[in-house]
Design a protein around this ligand. Structure first.
Ligand code: SF4
Ligand code: SF4
Length: 407
């Protein structure tokens, strides 16, 4: 794989909507108009049962969309499941959804959220940071109260524990007890786990637990371990778990300068052709992309051209924006940077064009300066050929951007 350096400030500014000055990190979803024709057309929706929860959902759902009108339109178009987290946009994403839900029948949407728990560095591990086992379960119990207040609801449908990168945390009893209590108290109907690294181990553990109802996992055509993820998903579905897929479009762009977009429909079809995936939260951030994602329900067949499109990155030697979260880089950084989290944040900002989510991700790991900004030399050898230092420098700038530019 070729690396694709974007080192100069000039290059950085050339990236249009992600330049720091002025409209810096403004996402396209906030201002793009809704296409009239598409809004008037009735759309075919495919529904699948979310495992033993009994919920029947369209196979296309919605992740962290920050433009309120886009969220409203998505619900009006038949999307039912909305995913958020109390950490998104410093709790403002839940507030935004609370406004959207006002006046809507409670059974017309399914809302999933999670507590904002600090990442714990996984010392001596080849794994990135995750929440570890040291979080006080009382934090989980308290956190849902804030979420319910902000969402203006009495209960959520799914309360997730995330992000998890290993089996032990998935099966950690104190966490399961806290989630059990929330279920018993009627604060949540179902409980789930979120994973975007070491996914197969987490999914298998969730399936074995007999406790978790749903798993939300990264799953896409670019994952080097996709067959292992596929097998784990099959096992989870057979055990009755609901399966929700995220990172379905593998970082959205093949290149850092965003000149080559991944065929979004093809990528989403690739995921949803697997019937063990019950719904997905694709990376749409504007009306056009939402329509594109919804349109895949007309026909899930991958055309020969779409299949070829999914191989474009390999053909052109482009590394894309999706970090495999494989952890190979971790032991290589003398400063102990959580490179997978940095790269995930990079993907949200530059691929998904979700600067707020990018910053939330960074802050969940660190609020201090990122060591890469003062590090003179980087010998990190990424399995995808990422130029880790230049990407880290690009994303580190997001911590300096004033809130009002992160729309
Ligand atoms: S930056 Fe590269 S080596 Fe590190 S986790 Fe991502 S893909 Fe793996
Ligand atoms: S630039 Fe330096 S601190 Fe950053 S990842 Fe590379 S070696 Fe680590």
């Amino acid at each position: 794989m070729k690396s694709d350096p974007l080192t100069s400030r000039r290059d950085f500014l050339r990236m249009g909507t992600t330049a720091l000055a002025g409209a810096a990190f403004i996402s396209s979803g906030a201002c793009s108009p809704q296409p009239k024709e598409a809004s008037q057309k009735a759309r075919k929706l495919i529904y699948r049962a979310l495992g033993r929860t009994g919920l029947r959902l369209p196979i296309v759902s919605m992740g962290s969309v920050y433009a309120i009108n886009l969220v409203r339109t998505a619900l009006d178009k038949g999307i039912v499941y909305i995913h958020t987290s109390s950490g998104y946009s410093e709790r403002n994403h839940e507030r935004l959804l609370g406004e959207v839900f006002l006046g809507r029948p409670r059974d017309s949407f399914v809302i999933a959220t999670s507590p904002d728990l600090p990442y714990t560095p996984m010392k001596g591990s080849d794994r990135s940071s995750d929440i570890g086992k040291d979080v006080d379960p009382a934090q989980i119990l308290e956190s849902i109260e804030g979420s319910l207040r902000r969402l203006r609801l009495d209960y959520v449908d799914i309360y997730y524990l995330g992000s998890i990168g290993n089996r032990e945390v998935t099966l950690h009893e104190p966490y399961m007890k806290a989630y059990e209590k929330l279920k018993k108290d009627g604060k949540t109907r179902f409980v789930g786990v979120v994973t975007h690294e070491n996914e197969p181990a987490v999914i298998r553990a969730a399936a074995e637990s007999g406790f978790w109802d749903v798993v939300l996992t990264a799953y896409n055509f670019r994952q080097s371990h996709r067959e292992e993820v596929r097998a784990a998903i099959r096992r989870a579905a057979q055990a009755g778990l609901g399966v929700v897929a995220m990172k379905t479009q593998a970082g959205v762009y093949w290149d850092r300068t965003r000149t080559k977009k991944i065929n979004m429909k093809a990528a989403l079809k690739w995921v949803l052709r697997d019937k063990n995936v019950h719904t997905s939260i694709p990376a749409f951030s504007n009306y056009k992309e939402m329509e594109e994602d919804l349109s895949i329900m007309e026909d899930l067949t991958l055309t020969p051209k779409e299949k070829r499109d999914l191989e474009l990155g390999d053909e052109l030697g482009l590394s894309g924006c999706y970090c495999q979260q494989c952890g190979r880089c971790l032991a290589q950084c003398p400063a102990g940077m959580d490179i997978p989290t940095l790269m995930r944040s990079y993907m949200y900002a530059f691929g998904h064009q979700q600067p707020k989510k990018a910053r939330d991700t960074l802050r969940s790991w660190t609020s201090t300066e990122i060591a890469c900004t003062t590090c003179g030399k980087c010998d990190v050898d990424c399995s995808l050929g990422f130029d880790v230092r230049s990407r880290a420098l690009d994303i580190a700038r997001i911590l300096e951007v004033p809130e009002e530019f992160l729309e």
